[in-house]
Every structure is written in C-alpha cells, then in structure tokens.
Design a protein around this ligand. Structure first.
Ligand code: SF4
Ligand code: SF4
Length: 183
C-alpha cells in the first residue's frame, strides 16, 4: 500500500495535533522556540479527538490535552503560505503518520490498516490518493516509533495524574516533563 499526499495542507488546519514529550524535544531543538510557545493546552470542548483518559492531563483548572499551537486562522504555526511544513524534519509523529492508522500487535506485526478516524468522519478533507509516493514500510516503521513514544508519554501522564496535588499548572507540567524553559 502506498499513499500519495496532495499537499493540500488541510490536515495542518483542522485537527488538534497531539504531542508527546518526544515531539516537544525535537520541535524545540529544531525550531529554537521555547516549549511554552510551541504548545497550547486544549480543553474537551476544543477537540474532536477525545481519546482515552490516559491522554488527559489533570490541572488545577480542569483536564487538558497538550497540542501544537495554532494561529488565529486555525493554521498550525509552522504551516507556510505555500502549504509547506516549516519543521518537516522534526514534525510530530502524528503528522508523519497521517492520514492512516496502522494497528500493531505486541510483537510489532501489522494487524490492521485504515484511514485515520478524522478523515473517515470528515473532520479533515484529506485529498490523498493511493500511488507511489510513500511506501507502506515507512508508515509501519513510523507507526512503531509513534506507539513506543506514545506509551512512554502516557506513562508520564499517568504518573502526573496520580501524584500531582491540586493547583498545578502548565509550567509545572512542562517542568515535570523535563523542560526548563517554559515561557
Ligand atoms: S507540524 Fe508541519 S505537518 Fe504538522 S501540522 Fe504543522 S505544518 Fe503541518
Ligand atoms: S489533508 Fe491529506 S492530502 Fe492534504 S496535506 Fe494532509 S495528508 Fe496530504
């Protein structure tokens, strides 16, 4: 299976791009931007992707999900006017995988392959086609890395949610993830 991306940029407008601390490290290093300016903490009402409870960070003002910041017009802060990604080499894992979801078993074997939920539910008008552009094996490799990184992130969120006393905020959470510069 091969996917050809039409580079329409729609996926860089609509969905919440969820991040792990691995994504954040790569983005901060590549963009030289402070971590606090790369992200926004999204409330339930701001995302269609509710995911599981493990994805939600408990903060003093409610639960939030960590996502890539957008401009006022809804565009990702790194999307250029000609629809190119300004951090392509360091882009988040979810951007690398889109528009497919690859299901892996515990031994890393591929057990399923489908278009992303947000494409099938038409939250994003994805103009991909099936062609020669991106070999499936690349998706599979990326899917394995994404799963591993997501698992270590969820473990951190689980520990945060279990141990963090009330009154913690975004800066506290970023410090918990190991980021010193949060402004
Ligand atoms: S990081 Fe790049 S690929 Fe991901 S949403 Fe932003 S512009 Fe698009
Ligand atoms: S919405 Fe689909 S076709 Fe358009 S840039 Fe994203 S992955 Fe490519």
């Amino acid at each position: 299976m091969k996917i050809r991306c039409a580079r329409c940029g729609n996926c860089c407008h609509e969905p919440l791009i969820e991040l792990t601390h691995h994504d954040l490290h790569r983005l901060a290093q590549y963009s030289r931007m402070p971590v606090g300016k790369l992200i926004k903490l999204y409330a339930d009402t701001e995302t269609e992707c509710n995911g599981t409870d493990e994805d939600w960070i408990k903060l003093s003002y409610g639960r939030r999900k960590i996502g890539l910041r957008k401009k006022r017009n809804g565009r990702c802060i790194f999307l250029s006017d000609d629809m190119r990604c300004g951090v392509y080499e360091a882009r988040p894992m979810s951007c690398r995988i889109f528009p497919v979801d690859i299901l892996l078993d515990e031994d890393n074997r591929v057990i399923g392959f489908e278009l992303s939920d947000i494409v099938r539910k038409k939250f994003v008008n994805c103009n991909h086609s099936y062609g020669k552009a991106i070999p499936f094996k690349n998706f599979r490799r990326t899917a394995r890395q994404a799963r591993d990184e997501s698992e270590t992130y969820r473990e951190k969120v689980r520990r945060w949610n279990e141990t963090s006393p009330d009154g913690r905020n975004k800066s506290d959470f970023l410090a918990f993830l190991g980021f010193e510069t949060v402004v």
